[in-house]
Ligand binder design. Structure first.
Ligand code: ADP
Length: 483
């Protein structure tokens, strides 16, 4: 027990707390989503732009190359003439070289490169007969380079080189990137707030449950947690409350039982001690008195035996419901009556038993026997000479009713509410010779309660007492009916 409370009260470090783990997990997922959201659309937009550029630039290069391939020789004058006829070439720069990579035409706005060597890697590859396209994104612009050989009768006679610097599409890309970043930041802040609020709320409830369990572990059985909502934690909270309720009940039962039992056992023990002391101190005691004392000791010992037997019964009853099944109460009553017939005839009490049809009740035969035996025994015990006891068992309105009426000494009205209490006896002196323990009716009440029944006692008009037990009737199934 000590180790349990020690470990359970241990404080949790922040990093091992559930709140921290939840938060880290959520944040990691959100961060991954946001990174994807920032990279993927920009990359796919850029790739699409490059694809379009590739198609259009290669197309334009092909148009220029095929126009030039009709010339007998690539000379500055002729190339210029051909180029002036091609209107719809819309690129930043267009260069034409001869087979030696010497520039013979250039649209560059900054310098006149005609006559110089075009030292571009693309041109070198084109001179080897390859079509080349290269692209790059710098943040300021989309840079694309395309180059293609000009062939005449299968021989490379020169190259076309196109350079394009697109700032418009790059601007769109940058705007898109910026907007995505802003949206991501807002999402990040909102989800961080949500994550912290949620995990705080969740762990707050878990902590509440934990501290409730610690309270319970520390012995505060009356501690309950507030049940809110309908989720798993609320289920846990209400289960906890049920458990605490049970523990609370068991604990108070235990305390009451111990104090009641010790009190009840003390009385006959004290009497026995007193009687033995008297015998021992009184040396000249005559045989007759000694015998009387011995008889008294014997009857006190009998009382002790009866009380302990009943206490054992109670302990059995307080353990979880074991006696299940369906029992015909009629057979139980018949058996109990047979056992009590001698007691009745000894007391000169007439037994009038009227049992109806089969009465099925959801309870074990032993439990039902406790009820019937105790009630009928009391009706005989607390009866008068030539009195009578009427026992009735019948079914009515989906219930089984068991009634015991007697013409006995009766129970005063002020005692009626307490007779089902443990160890309660109406008048100890009146019942001392009967030898009751005050436990019988409390056992009966416990059993009736456990099987969903009710019991009530009332005073009869012309003296005597009436006890009525009502159980929900169990409908007879076909298979059982046929048995
Ligand atoms: P006990 O073992 O003393 O009979 P019970 O719990 O059975 O204990 O009964 C409690 C008290 O209720 C008895 O002591 C008795 O005073 C009273 N009592 C029970 N049944 C009857 C009855 N049929 N007639 C009169 N008094 C009764």
């Amino acid at each position: 027990m000590a180790t349990i409370s020690k470990t359970s009260t241990k404080a949790f470090s922040i990093r091992s707390s559930l709140q921290f783990k939840y938060a880290v997990c959520f944040i990691a997922i959100i961060a991954a989503l946001l990174i994807f959201m920032n990279i993927y659309p920009v990359a796919s937009f850029r790739d699409a732009a490059f694809e379009a550029k590739h198609a259009s630039m290669m197309n334009q290069a092909a148009v220029v190359a095929s126009s030039l391939s009709s010339l007998p020789e690539l000379r500055e004058q002729d190339v210029g003439n051909v180029m002036s006829m091609l209107h719809n070439i819309m690129v930043t720069r267009l260069v034409v070289t001869n087979e030696k990579a010497l520039i013979i035409y250039d649209t560059s706005q900054y310098e006149n490169n005609v006559g110089k060597y075009a030292v571009f890697a693309e041109v070198m590859l084109a001179l080897q007969g390859k079509d080349v396209f290269r692209s790059k994104y710098t943040g300021e612009g989309l840079i694309c380079r395309a180059s293609m050989p000009v062939t005449s009768e299968g021989v490379v006679v020169g190259t076309v080189y196109i350079y394009d610097f697109d700032t418009e599409q790059a601007g769109m890309l940058e705007t898109m990137r910026g907007n995505l970043l802003k949206v991501s930041l807002v999402i990040l802040i909102l989800s961080l707030l949500a994550v912290f609020a949620f995990s705080w709320l969740l762990t707050k409830r878990i902590k509440g449950l934990l501290s409730a369990m610690q309270q319970l572990g520390g012995g505060s059985y009356d501690y309950r947690v507030e049940v809110r909502g309908r989720d798993e934690l609320s289920g846990l909270a209400s289960e906890f409350n049920t458990l605490a309720e049970r523990l609370d009940r068991t604990e108070s039962m235990r305390q009451r039982f111990v104090s009641d039992a010790s009190h009840e056992l003390k009385t006959p023990l004290a009497a026995i001690k007193l009687l033995t002391d008297s015998i021992l101190q009184n040396e000249g005691m005559d045989g007759e008195t000694m015998r009387e004392f011995m008889q008294d000791i014997g009857s006190e010992a009998d009382r002790l035996t009866r009380t302990t037997e009943k206490l054992m019964n109670i302990t059995r009853l307080e353990t979880p419901d074991t006696a299940g099944g369906v029992t015909d109460m009629k057979t139980v009553v018949e058996k109990a009556i047979r056992m009590l017939e001698t007691l009745a005839s000894d007391k000169g009490v007439k037994l009038d038993v009227r049992l109806g049809e089969k009465c099925l009740v959801r309870a074990g035969a032993d439990d039902l026997h406790q009820i019937v035996f105790n009630l009928v025994e009391n009706a005989i015990k607390y009866n008068v000479e030539r009195g009578s006891v009427t026992v009735l068992l019948f079914k009515r309105d989906k219930t089984v009713r068991f009634i015991v009426n007697d013409t006995g000494i009766g129970i005063p009205d002020e005692d009626l509410p307490y007779i089902f209490d443990r160890f309660y006896r109406v008048d100890k002196s009146r019942e001392s010779e009967i030898g009751g323990s005050g436990l019988g009716l409390s056992i009966v009440k416990d059993v009736v309660d456990r099987h969903g029944g009710t019991i009530k006692a009332s005073r009869r008009e012309h003296g005597g007492t009436s006890f009525e037990v009502v159980f929900p009737a169990v409908r007879e199934r076909r298979s059982e009916a046929g048995e």
